[in-house]
Design a protein. Sequence first.
Length: 350
Amino acid sequence: MAGITVEHSPAQIIARARALRQARNLAVVVVLAVIVFVIFCVSLSLGDYRIPVVDVVKTLFGGGDKATEFIVNQLRLPRALTAILVGAALGISGAIFQSIARNPLASPDIIGVTYGASAFAVFAIVTLSLTGWAVAGFAIFGALVTALTMYLLAWRRGVSSYRLILVGIGIGAIATSVTSYLLTKARVEIAQQAFIWLTGSLNGRDWSHVRTMAIMLVLAAPVTMILVHQLRILQLGDETAYGLGLRVESARLGLIVVAVLLAAVATAAAGPIGFVAFVAPPIARWLTRSPGPALVASALIGALVIALSDLVAQHALGHTQLPVGVITGVIGAPYLMFLLARTNRIGSGG
């Protein structure tokens, strides 16, 4: 009847807002997945021998001829898949770190985790003359050692987010100094090899990198989904989390281990690609309007950033190819300066 208004209970209003947020999250995830797939197919189509995108899609689903199948599936697909998987791992890792610390500066490439991995990897290259997966193993070990050291030094009857960030930045500075020292002592050709790895590159990636990244993500995904409820509670603050019965330090340590392993394996596969874990989570939260970590959207944003950056790095300058880390640095560095300027202006300190 005209003139009659229907009042909704608070529970109904909350349920409707939750349903709208879930619908928005789903729409964002679907759109991001489509964009990632388009960039993925374009990257497979470009090269010395160009293949129409339609033929690339047919080949991916088993319908291409033998020549196209060889070029797409054997030569180009491992690199493109590695880019997406590395980006997804870094996006999830950054989202976990930033949610734990409740600070946008808390990402593995800012607070020292990847710097520690890089120092150990350069030590393996320069001092032990190792290559391939031996270097990757040192990078993973270095990331874990760095994270453990950071956690222990930040411990004062618990771990404060600001203390964790400051300790991480300090450890990162030390690791960077160690890396620089090792490079100055190395022969020119070995230093050049280490420098290429330090920049972050997807050149020469094969199916072993794809398998390693895929296994890590498959193992980490269910663990992350189990811990995501604890992550949301941790965002409320330690006192509130304790009041809700959460074992705060155990939950925080478990989440840090998952985030470090994701960042470590990604670094081992492609080198320390900077700023992806830093920029992906805030973009995902902005798109989804989510107060939580938005892990799936962060993974897709990370995959999109690296896939698009690698596309630009390979083809923007003709026959000159750049390491993908150069392009992500161009994207991420201005955002870091903007974030620092904004937090300094509002006096939040991050």
